[in-house]
Design a binder for this molecule. Structure first.
Ligand code: SIN
Ligand code: CO
Length: 373
């Protein structure tokens, strides 16, 4: 199936099971390596444990002590953003480049011994569930009943009615559109790789856009929005109820508020900043002793550059959004840097001009990019 056919027939429409989607895939890390990751301060890890029909949820970072005392069966360890730590995880995400980067969220990896799972649930995003080592039974349902078990620490469907089920082996993959009920149960020691795509709610988009507009207005130098112009009422009339917010006051404020304006460029800027903004726990590793500009350029001429694993870069009309910052560039610089944005790296660099050099150096000093080893 071509990506075009997938988008036409399945994406956001219906589930798709792909047997042997990645031939030879057996995972990117071992259970022990995942456990180690779950102990990092900046990894987002969760443990879901089932006992006596009850669900328990613990948030990381974990200690080796927490992990050593886990029961033999029926638990799951989940680590979000594994692509921030493993170059091979980002390479895996690159295989999903037929979906635009602004939609991409992260790679989550889970490990579960036999019987482990996080219960029947639905997610509000699109996900590709790729099987690594071991096997997992997936049950899915198009049911509309989305009632959840009350008092459970995680979202578990009260009345799950599976309609289809399969056992996935290494390299098999299941695509699920948002809000499709599913339940994955480990058949044996099993690792699952979830490639997730974010789909912000309308509420989130609207409230975040208002934050963007407020920031923009505060920075605006246009005279129309300074303190110089104020509410005024030289024709003020006596009113029978002094407490009343009168019609003329409302009309005047209504026309003042009409000064709030935005255009397509604001939408692009807002989306670029909002969707490339790092999560609050992310810090970029700046080089301790940065190379001078000259040495940096020499180095990348030899090796090329790559995006740091925690960096997110999106592109707009002659501009780039890097980790929540906007960079306007000339068409020439755009042509060079778009390769970095699309492929997370670029190798051919003999024609880098001064503007591009300056931007690349700034990104290097900020810890957003590095030379390829
Ligand atoms: C898992 O990997 O155990 C859960 C993934 C999911 O259901 O979204
Ligand atoms: Co899920």
């Amino acid at each position: 199936m071509t990506p075009k056919e997938f988008l036409r027939d399945y994406w956001q429409k219906q589930p798709l099971l792909v047997r042997n989607a990645l031939p030879g895939f057996s995972g990117l890390l071992t259970c022990n390596e995942l456990m180690k990751l779950s102990c990092y301060e900046d990894a987002q890890a969760r443990l879901v444990i089932q006992s006596d029909g009850k669900w328990r949820l613990k948030h990381g970072p974990f200690s080796s002590h927490d992990l050593a005392k886990l029961p033999k069966k029926q638990w799951t360890l989940l680590v979000q953003d594994v692509n921030h730590f493993l170059p091979s995880a980002r390479d895996l995400l690159s295989k999903f480049r037929f979906i635009p980067h602004p939609r991409l969220d992260d790679l989550m990896v889970s490990y579960a011994p036999k019987g482990g799972g996080i219960g029947p649930h639905f997610d509000s995003y699109d996900v590709f569930l790729l099987q690594g080592t071991g096997s997992r039974r997936w049950q899915i349902s198009a049911q509309l009943d989305n009632q959840l078990i009350a008092d459970a620490p995680l979202r578990i469907l009260k009345n799950f009615q599976p309609e289809q089920e399969w056992v996935l082996q290494a390299g098999d993959m299941l695509y699920l559109p948002p809000n499709y009920a599913h339940n994955g149960i480990a058949e044996d020691n099993c690792m699952t790789y979830s490639i997730g795509f974010r789909a912000p709610s309308h509420h989130e988009l609207i409230t975040q856009f208002l934050v963007y507009l407020q920031d923009k207005i505060e920075m605006e130098e246009s005279l129309s929005l300074t303190d110089k112009e104020r509410y005024s009422d030289p024709d003020l009339q006596l009113q029978p109820h002094p407490s009343k917010i009168g019609a003329s006051m409302q009309s005047q404020v209504s026309s003042i508020l009409k000064k709030i304006k935005w255009n397509r460029e604001d939408i692009e800027n807002f989306l670029g900043v909002y969707l490339s903004e790092p999560k609050s726990h992310i810090f970029f590793e700046q080089p301790l002793k940065p190379l001078t500009l000259r040495l940096f350029l020499q180095q990348i001429k030899k090796t090329g550059v790559q995006l740091s694993l925690k960096s997110k870069i999106l592109s707009g009309n002659n501009k780039f959004f890097v980790n929540g910052e906007v960079y306007k560039v000339s068409p020439h610089t755009y042509k060079i840097l778009i390769k970095l944005a699309d492929n997370y790296e670029f190798l051919s660099h003999s024609y880098i001009d001064k503007e591009t050099e300056k931007i690349l150096y700034q990104w290097y000093v900020n810890g957003y990019i590095q030379s390829k080893e």
